[in-house]
Design a protein around this ligand. Structure first.
Ligand code: MSP
Length: 502
């Protein structure tokens, strides 16, 4: 059995979960479910980022201790993921002891390797990014390029990670591992950052107490990004001498947003190299979901709560929208009209309509019992193409392409039915042949669409009279044409996706 380990960024608890967070988390969930269908032993990790100045300030503003503040927000993330049917295997909080141990272990290893040294930092810092900026990187009037607000000036004694020593090693590693960052243009951004020259970065603070102490100097707490990145190792048992963390590490994919490429694709691999830990096998970098051209963020005030949207289009309607609407890697524009029109077009009119008409015709013309498909069905080729293209796209972490390929089979099957119009024919072998083919195509669609719309595909599976759930099937074998034997009672049920009037 192969192992598959995939992570989302851990989300800052200064904000409540919004559409931007839900986006990456749903992509990770769908990818996870795709791998599970192939029998992989999957570890899907998400969690919350709870240390650092930003959280400290948010806790102060709320009049709470930082721990109590984190304890009040972290469950909201866990709850949102439950509502969105996210099948994460673990939820890590950076205030947990297991994480504490891992951070100290990683710091100590980098320190022992001679890559962490004491120095003085003097410069600009954006608290919202938890990131240092040089003058050239800032907008006019010393404003942060991401948050468009003034940065702070800092001067203090810090430990520094000697990132500048890693430029050649990183470039060589990426040259030896082509395609490890997808999509490719995001990989080029990472290489551009490395080629542009690497500055040492501070890994500790003395002016802040909300963090993890350096094991060799307890006046300092770890820089929040050093702390946060280590979560991916903490969940594997790194830092616990009784556990072999390499059973899970290296990770297959870190899913991240384009704003955190530098941390994940430059800092993180250098930290791991220094500590003698294997590098990740892959990174999949997503763009932003924009509202009126702006990144959705608490600081911009344009936050959309995903839980409000599922009241309108349902959990699967919402999941489908975020996966299908935007090519992973590129920015996407969120709009309520876009959400509703995609729901109506792809779910109500395509998938929902196919499931309903297949069941209706089987009921009326085949006595409610599904006929077997033909081995030489004209739909068999469309199905094989859909399976191949869907697989290729999921393997490249391209959900919108995967769904496009799967929906190609839905469209082909609807067109096939429209061509033969079995609803107009007398019952008999011609109708049986067409309906057997349509049932088999729908069964294959159900498997391919399962990662995106898990609850709906379970219902369709059941209505087809198939036993178990799509999740119990093993791909690729289960998607071979002819898997449906016929003879099951097919049930119509309520519309899966009632049309929404905008
Ligand atoms: N805590 C850090 C990550 C540490 S990982 C070791 C952080 N947190 S965040 O909550 O601000 O953002 C987490 C992720 O959500 C980032 O990848 C970011 O790109 C993504 N998104 C936040 N808003 C987003 C959109 N509006 N659209 C898409 N993704 C966005 O950064």
């Amino acid at each position: 059995m192969s192992r598959f380990y995939v992570t989302t960024p851990i989300y800052y608890v200064n904000a409540e979960p919004h559409l931007g967070h839900a986006y990456t988390t749903i992509v990770g969930d769908a990818l996870t479910r795709w791998r599970r269908l192939h029998g992989d032993d999957v570890l899907y990790l998400t969690g919350t980022d709870e240390h650092g100045l930003k959280i400290r300030q948010s806790a102060d503003a709320a009049g709470m201790s930082p721990q109590a503040f984190c304890d009040s927000i972290a469950p909201k993330f866990a709850h949102a993921w439950e509502r969105l049917n996210i099948a994460n295997d673990d939820f890590i909080r950076t205030t947990e002891p297991r994480h504490h141990a891992a951070v100290q272990e990683l710091l100590q290893r980098c320190y022992d390797a001679g890559d962490i040294e004491l120095d003085t930092y003097s410069g600009k810092y954006c608290v919202a990014c938890e990131e240092y900026y040089s003058d050239e990187e800032l907008l006019d009037n010393d404003h942060c390029p991401i948050h468009k607000r003034p940065v702070d000036h800092f001067e203090e004694e810090n430990y520094f990670f000697r990132l500048s020593r890693f430029q050649d090693r990183l470039l060589k590693w990426y040259a030896d591992h082509p395609g490890s960052i997808v999509p490719e243009f995001r990989g080029n951004e990472a290489l551009g950052l490395i080629r542009g020259g690497l500055r040492d970065f501070s890994v500790s603070r003395t002016s802040l107490d909300w963090g993890i102490r350096l094991p060799w100097d307890d006046k300092h707490v770890a820089y929040v990004w050093f702390d946060a990145l280590t979560n991916y190792l903490s969940a594997t048992g790194f830092g616990d001498s009784s556990v072999d963390y390499t059973q899970r590490w290296p990770v297959d994919y870190h899913l991240i947003g384009k704003d955190i490429i530098r941390h994940h694709c430059v800092y993180w691999p250098a930290m791991l190299m220094s500590a003698g830990v294997d590098l990740p096998k892959g990174w999949a970098v997503g763009g932003w979901l924009l509202v009126d051209g702006e990144k959705m963020a608490k600081s911009t005030g344009n936050v959309v709560n995903p839980l409000d949207l599922i009241d309108v289009v349902g959990v699967d309607g919402f999941r489908y929208y975020v996966l299908a609407e935007t090519a992973y890697g590129s920015d996407g524009d969120f709009s309520f009209d876009g959400l509703v029109s995609r729901y109506n077009a792809d779910l109500a009119n395509n998938l929902g309509n196919l499931a309903a008409r297949v069941a209706t015709v089987v009921e009326k013309k085949c006595g409610g019992i599904g006929p077997a498909p033909r081995t030489d069905s004209p739909l068999a080729e469309a199905a094989a193409e859909a399976v191949a293209a869907t697989t290729k796209a999921w393997d490249a972490v391209a959900p919108s392409r995967a769904l496009e390929a799967t929906w190609g089979l839905i469209r082909a099957t609807n067109a096939y039915l429209e061509m033969h119009e079995p609803w107009k024919s007398e019952p008999g072998s011609d109708v049986d042949a067409v309906m057997g083919d349509a049932l088999e195509a729908l069964r294959i669609v159900t498997l391919l669409a399962h990662p995106a719309v898990p609850a709906t595909t379970e219902v369709i599976w059941m209505r087809l009279g198939l036993s178990g759930s799509p999740a119990d099937q093993r791909l690729p074998a289960a998607t071979s044409w002819g898997g449906y034997a016929g003879g099951t009672a097919v049930e119509k049920g309520d519309p899966l996706f009632p049309r929404i009037k905008s």
